[in-house]
Design a protein around this ligand. Structure first.
Ligand code: PLP
Length: 423
């Protein structure tokens, strides 16, 4: 099936006489005829549902759809994008380990890695994703267990050089984990370029309507954890909390997601609710259609802003002016995302005046949904960061992040145009 078809058809396939539309299995628990049978589920000897903190059929169907869109072998929904990134990394990076992460990442993830995980004894080295390989090499340590980056960074809009990062991670015997929230699998499928694990905040384009917070982890099944067994005892040696099961022995290529479900989700409990998964699934059905329109509109908006005398700079990887245009053409030739960043003349104050003058574009702490919205990261999502840190993560203090919606492009441009007149 082509990706547009998968958006509609993948995941839930009703059998004869069953509901045509994915049902919401609104149940915390599942009934069994014998305690022996349920015991086998607890021992991971049999697969099946018993408690929705671990698995639920509605959530599994939606995870299966996203897994198919990404071309992975297993996936797990989480309560949020934050939970997805935390669980994906914590699943293989215990206390005492180290992560190499791109500095051009979402502010929430920057804090998760740089503050909270650091407190848990997991060290991180942030690197400039555009640095050359020799410089990036220096960030690795014997205890490095993963490399993390975003395919298109939010809000910096840097596009990841997949070949470079895959080479770096694999030459050090660790997997590359990529947050693919912005391009979505419609525009970019990182597994095709050698990435091992993909995460998403499904809150963004996948849901697409700003209805539900959620996340997902997808595994390609390609990283050979057994070949690096000394680095990944959590996957390759017996788990005491499951009577000595060794995930890689018992589940082979499915080990990563099995451990994330059976151990991480069991203990941390950041599940997506079946209701939210149902809503997410409706969003996914139109993902291909919406991404196309988001990208068309964003390109028109970026071209308009680029030509405007009151706009200092524009960054959109889908136009030739962008330093990331060529790399975007290589990895996502059909489109990038609907987010455009720019700076207006007059810096911080002018940015505020401009935002307050908009009528159609709303000021919200959100990005990547059907409605055009705008945010000033330095005074909101990135408020905790110093100016130096802002520059480090390629989000300068004057950056405005415009999330171009799927309204008519003419109306979006007319709104921007009238607001620029106030400057
Ligand atoms: C929003 C976002 C997150 C965090 O996701 P939540 O669903 O808000 O927890 C992580 N990564 C990227 C790229 C994001 O845009």
């Amino acid at each position: 099936m082509k990706i547009n078809t998968k958006c509609i058809q993948s995941g839930y396939q009703p059998k004869n006489g069953e509901a045509r539309i994915l049902p919401i299995w609104q149940s915390t628990t599942f009934k069994y005829d014998s305690s022996t049978e349920m015991g086998m589920l607890f021992d991971l000897e049999k697969s099946g549902y018993f408690y929705s903190r671990l698995q639920n059929p509605t959530c599994d169907a939606v995870a299966a759809k996203i897994c198919d869109l990404e071309g992975g072998i297993a996936a797990m929904l989480t309560s949020s994008g934050q939970a997805a990134n935390f669980i994906a990394l914590f699943n293989i990076c215990p206390t005492g380990s180290h992560i190499v992460a791109s500095s051009a990442i979402y502010g929430g993830t920057f804090n998760l890695l740089g503050v909270t995980m650091k407190k848990m004894g997991i060290d991180v080295t942030f690197v400039d994703p555009d640095a050359d390989e020799k410089t990036l090499e220096k960030a690795f340590r014997p205890e490095t267990r993963a490399v993390f980056a975003e395919s298109i960074a939010n809000p910096a809009l840097t596009v990841l050089d997949f070949d470079k990062f895959v080479r770096l991670a694999h030459s050090h015997g660790v997997p590359l984990v990529v947050d693919n929230t912005f391009p979505t699998p419609i525009n970019c499928r990182p597994f095709e370029f050698g990435v091992d694990i993909v995460t998403h905040s499904t809150t963004k384009y996948m849901d697409g309507h700003a209805m539900t917070v959620g996340g997902v982890i997808v595994d390609s099944g390609n990283f050979d954890f057994v070949a690096h067994a000394d680095k990944y005892p959590g996957l390759c040696t017996p788990d005491d909390s499951y009577h000595g099961i060794t995930y890689t022995e018992k589940f082979g290529k499915l080990a990563f997601i099995q451990k994330a479900t059976a151990q991480m989700m069991r203990d941390l409990g950041s599940i997506q609710s079946p209701q939210n998964a149902f809503l997410l699934n409706i969003g996914l059905e139109t993902l291909a259609l919406r991404m196309q329109r988001h990208c068309e509109n964003a390109k028109k908006v970026a071209e308009f802003l680029s030509a405007h005398p009151k706009v200092n700079w524009v960054n959109y990887p889908g136009i030739p002016d962008s330093p990331y245009y060529e790399i975007a053409q290589k990895y996502m030739p059909n489109g990038t995302c609907g987010v455009v960043s720019f700076g207006v003349q007059g810096g911080r104050e002018a940015a505020t005046l401009f935002m307050d003058s908009l009528r159609l574009a709303a000021i919200v702490t959100h990005v990547a949904d059907a409605r055009t919205c705008i945010l000033h990261p330095a005074s909101t999502t990135h408020r905790q960061l110093t100016d130096e840190q802002l520059n480090e993560c390629k989000t300068p203090a004057d950056l405005l992040r415009l999330s171009v919606g799927i309204e008519d492009a003419d109306d979006i441009i007319a709104d921007l145009s009238q607001a620029l007149e106030f400057l």
